[in-house]
Design a protein around this ligand. Structure first.
Ligand code: MG
Length: 655
């Protein structure tokens, strides 16, 4: 890609330079369509500029609704150092009715006036969806050429895009055929990854298109869904790296043609239409940073400079629970019953270190965010921080910064270790650590209690965090881009209180696993389940023995209904002694084809956190998701029992 790599757009002052020469920063020009962001035009351009975008696509309805004149918008963008790279969309240009086509040309001339004021030279014309759309290839090319000639006379150009639901032009090959037949220098293609990939288009075919005929590139990812393509596009587009499309492969094929314009995001999505545009813009920027890294690694000669590689993660150094005077005592009691020992006390903060082999839990009664010690008696306990073992914590922090995840400011005492942390989308702090004697453990003074034999818990298997629905996709990309984790398949399960969507992220060695979940719809005040549950899954090599030890120690294990074990007996050919242990200790079991998973849960401590203890058998690679509905119902039952007596069910028919 050395001679045909990404270059600035043709209208840039740096015409013809290499990408690096154009930006001096070793990355592509990055743009975002205003339709991606919520709010008014003023909100949108402020968000785009603040996230570091180079340019925008002006979505016409945003301009129409704005009090700014086109010239004023251009001036505001110039103030923010944003270029205007595209005006879009112009719909339904061609027509089998000559009078209507003439009126469409007149409409186009008005838009060319607007473009002149905006200082943008490219307009997106999408393939017609109108009943009078032209089917004949030569007639369509002729009308496009006529419009392009009008644009060309004014120094403007038309980028023609095949909508996946266009009436006659719905594939990129048909749009290219029209552009080629038209043979107009002011007419080229707009390739939109959604429109191409949603129809199973093959980017390998781009090799037949000269780079100078690729006028614009719009990028969107999407989850793989079997649904009407218009609805899929309108509600479910995602930023690159959040869905199932091969965006690096798509963009590599485009850049190989010599495409010289920006990488521009065009994402319609129900969440982003409503979300804080500043936050969405950062998520969007991170998606391009992730994408460009993939391109840089794929094409070392591209001139793209990748961020520092994500250092290998080798496990959990700690999981930190934020507690108060009530939940802290309860959590300590439960940790003791789970075989943990309170081995350390923080030098300067009300933080306890509890250990059992490689499993470490911090109980933090100090609220970092509010900079105060939490008030007692609210009963709150939640996962507030994750400590990850990094091969190079400094480089982990540098990578996070390069992926638009700034390192959090922290207060620390004179003798305390310097720890870098970043904030995940749900607010959880993620620390990059090394558990060495002079590392973070040195911040804890010994309590004098020696770790006992424990209950067979060896470490942390994974942590489960409910995400706010609006940040579910953002979180997947965050862990993928910032930590270099792999995103596993998104699944949905029917839980007692609503559908739950899950996605796990993990490193290749499976030493760090996070199970993320979100309720797909949360409406109304009837919320009998545990709201936004979180859990720490502790690992054991022998769950039956561990469960017996926990029961003997009085750990608050979650009772399960007999129906569950009966169903297991029907579904699996389990040895009698395993089934007996499952019944005796309220264990759960599932299989994934590669192995089995034995697990148990504790009751909820406070209002949302519980522990699991898990044993992976064979190559099981899941998270016990299939058992989650049973566990959720059991949690509700325990909470009801603790709150008010459950009335006995009486048959209304009196039987
Ligand atoms: Mg598009």
């Amino acid at each position: 890609m050395s001679s045909s790599g990404p270059r600035p757009p043709h209208h840039s002052k740096a015409r013809g330079g290499t990408l690096q020469g154009a930006t001096g920063r070793g990355h592509c020009r990055r743009a975002i369509a205003t339709v991606c962001l919520s709010g008014t035009l003023e909100d949108k351009i402020a968000a785009a500029a603040s996230a570091g975008f180079d340019g925008i696509e002006v979505f016409e309805p945003d301009l129409v609704a704005s009090p700014w004149s086109p010239a004023e918008l251009a001036a505001r963008c110039a103030d923010l150092d944003l270029s205007i790279d595209l005006y879009q969309p112009f719909r339904d240009l061609d027509s089998t009715d000559d009078d209507r086509f003439a009126r469409n040309l007149r409409r186009a001339e008005h838009k060319f006036d607007v473009m002149a004021q905006l200082g943008v030279d490219t307009v997106l014309v999408c393939s017609s969806v109108a009943p009078d759309a032209v089917d004949d290839a030569d007639r369509l090319a002729g009308q496009l050429a006529t419009a392009a000639a009008r644009a060309g006379d004014r120094g403007l150009r038309i980028a023609y895009e095949a909508l996946a639901w266009g009436r006659h032009v719905s594939t990129w090959e048909r749009s290219w055929d029209a552009v080629r037949r038209a043979g107009s220098p002011a007419l080229g293609l707009c390739l939109d990854s959604f429109h191409v990939l949603s129809r199973g288009g093959d980017p390998a075919g781009f090799a037949d298109v000269p780079g100078e005929k690729l006028f614009f590139l719009q990028l969107a990812d999407a989850p793989r869904l079997a649904m009407d393509v218009l609805q899929w596009s309108r509600h479910h587009r995602l930023f690159p790296g959040q869905g199932s499309f091969d965006l690096p492969g798509f963009v590599a094929a485009v850049l190989a043609t010599g495409y010289a314009g920006p990488l521009s995001l065009e994402v319609f999505n129900d969440v982003y239409r409503q979300a804080d545009p500043a936050r969405t813009a950062v998520d969007a920027m991170r998606s391009l940073q992730w994408l460009e890294e993939a391109l840089a690694l794929r094409e070392p000669a591209s001139g793209l400079i990748p961020p520092p590689a994500a250092p290998a993660l080798s496990g959990w150094s700690f999981t930190e629970l934020g507690v108060d005077g009530v939940s802290g005592l309860r959590a300590a009691e439960v940790l003791a019953a789970l075989g943990f020992t309170h081995t350390g006390q923080h030098r300067s903060k009300p933080v306890q270190l509890w250990e059992q082999n490689h499993a470490r839990v911090l109980l933090n009664a100090y609220d970092n965010r509010a900079d105060v010690v939490r008030p007692a008696a609210t009963g709150v306990a939640s996962v507030v921080a994750l400590g990850l073992e990094s091969a190079d914590p400094g480089r982990s922090a540098a990578r996070a910064e390069a992926m638009s995840a700034p390192v959090l400011p922290r207060t620390r005492g004179a003798a305390e270790a310097e720890l870098s942390a970043v904030a995940a989308p749900d607010g959880t702090q993620v620390f990059f650590t090394r558990t060495v004697p002079d590392g973070w453990p040195a911040d804890f003074l010994p309590t004098g209690q020696q770790a006992g034999p424990g209950a067979g818990i060896t470490g942390v298997d994974h942590v489960g965090l409910t995400q706010p629905f609006d940040s579910f996709d953002e979180a997947g990309l965050f862990y993928r881009a910032v930590l270099g984790l792999e995103s596993q398949e998104v699944t949905e399960l029917a839980a007692p209180f609503g559908l739950v969507r899950t996605r796990a992220v993990t490193d290749p060695d499976r030493s760090v696993r996070l199970a993320l979940s979100a309720a797909t719809l949360r409406r109304g005040g009837w919320a009998p389940g545990v709201p936004e549950p979180q859990y720490v899954a502790l690992a054991t090599d022998d769950l039956v023995a561990t469960a017996a030890a926990l029961r003997a120690a009085g750990a608050p294990l979650l009772p399960l209904p007999d129906n569950y074990a009966d169903d297991l007996e029907a579904r699996f050919d389990l040895p009698a002694e395993v089934l007996a242990a499952i019944r005796e200790h309220d264990l759960m079991y599932e299989e994934d084809g590669a192995g089995g998973y034995l697990h148990l849960a504790t009751e909820v401590l406070g209002d949302r956190v519980f522990f699991e203890v898990v044993q992976r058998l064979g190559g099981y690679d899941g998270y016990g998701t299939a058992d989650a509905p049973v566990r959720m119902a059991a949690h509700r039952r325990r909470r009801q029992a603790a709150a008010v007596p459950v009335p006995r069910w009486t048959d209304p028919r009196g039987r």
